[in-house]
Design a protein around this ligand. Structure first.
Ligand SMILES: C[S@@+](CC[C@H](N)C(=O)[O-])C[C@H]1O[C@@H](n2cnc3c(N)ncnc32)[C@H](O)[C@@H]1O
Length: 274
């Protein structure tokens, strides 16, 4: 994606017109239009203000990545003794184990693993688990919990955006963490996950979906972005869809009972037929 296209996307995400951006930067709407059409680039001196108006870092504005982020909105919660997301693994994790059966030594990455409830379940079921999380207190919790359960989980402290895969996986899994991916990064991201999956391997994700009749969760952050119905399945149109659906779930995070609309998928990378 070119810089101009990204500016247009970010501007629309924020609901601004070209005129409104122009007024905030004391320039003309034609200048904004030129950037968005790829006929010019913003002047370097304008970048700090432009990034601030669009509420992104200059890094993200120019490259689409935000590798500078090194903390999580959940850091404070993860510092507490209590497990914010509980210690019970999720249903999607259980479904993966049921489907794969022969899990021993299979390589799995849990992206945005939080305090490790699913990573630890996978490890106890025989997977070789990489647990990727941006929160240092989260990583500490995973280490503590895996010790308690006497199992091994390889923790990776990293930002899922810009994370360079150095290995191929049998399962790439995420539970409620890919809403942190900005819209303009999603397609590339899912392509990367698909690429780094072994033939016959699986991707399994659960994401939050926008529904007009479900109120926004009390702990929903400014840098979280809803998916739309069917979006997840679209990224896996060329894979075998094993399970895919949408449902309304109850949640008690932040100690406030609320609901989420979620979309989930388990998809399998098929051998190419010749
Ligand atoms: C809703 S929580 C889900 C945690 C866990 N998957 C679970 O189900 O218990 C989302 C997790 O994504 C992590 N996260 C947010 N942004 C991230 C990023 N850019 N890179 C890696 N992890 C991130 C958060 O710190 C948080 O632990």
């Amino acid at each position: 994606m070119q810089v101009g296209e990204r500016i247009a996307l970010l501007r629309k995400e924020k609901g601004f017109t070209q005129e409104q951006i122009a007024v905030s930067l004391s320039i003309t709407a034609q200048a904004v239009s030129k950037w968005e059409n790829g006929n010019a680039l913003p002047d370097t001196a304008l970048l700090p203000n432009l990034a601030s108006v669009l509420e992104v870092s200059i890094d993200r504005l120019l490259t689409g990545r935000d590798v500078t982020i090194k903390s999580s909105p959940y850091d404070k919660e993860y510092q507490k003794e209590k497990y914010y997301w509980g210690m019970q693994h999720s249903l999607l994790a259980e479904q993966i184990v049921t489907i794969i059966k022969d899990t021993k030594g299979r390589h799995l990455i849990d992206v945005g693993s939080g305090e490790g409830r699913d990573s630890i379940y996978f490890a106890k079921c025989g997977f070789t688990v990489d647990s990727l999380e941006i929160s240092i207190p989260g990583i500490e919790k995973i280490k503590h919990y895996s010790k308690l359960e006497n199992c091994t989980v390889n923790t990776i402290h990293a930002n899922l955006m810009g994370f360079e895969f150095s290995d191929f996986y049998d399962v790439i899994y995420s539970m409620g963490s890919l809403q942190f991916l900005p819209l303009d990064q999603r397609r590339n991201h899912f392509e990367k996950y698909k690429h780094y999956t072994n033939i016959g391997g699986y991707n399994a994700h659960l994401v939050f979906v926008d529904k007009p009749f479900i109120a926004i969760a009390p702990d929903w952050e400014k840098n979280e972005f809803f998916y739309w119905s069917g979006e997840l399945a679209g990224y896996y149109h060329d894979w075998e869809i094993i399970q895919c659906g949408e449902q309304i779930i109850d949640c008690n995070s932040a100690n406030i009972p609320h609901q989420h609309a979620v979309s989930y998928i388990i998809a399998r990378k098929k051998v190419l037929s010749t």
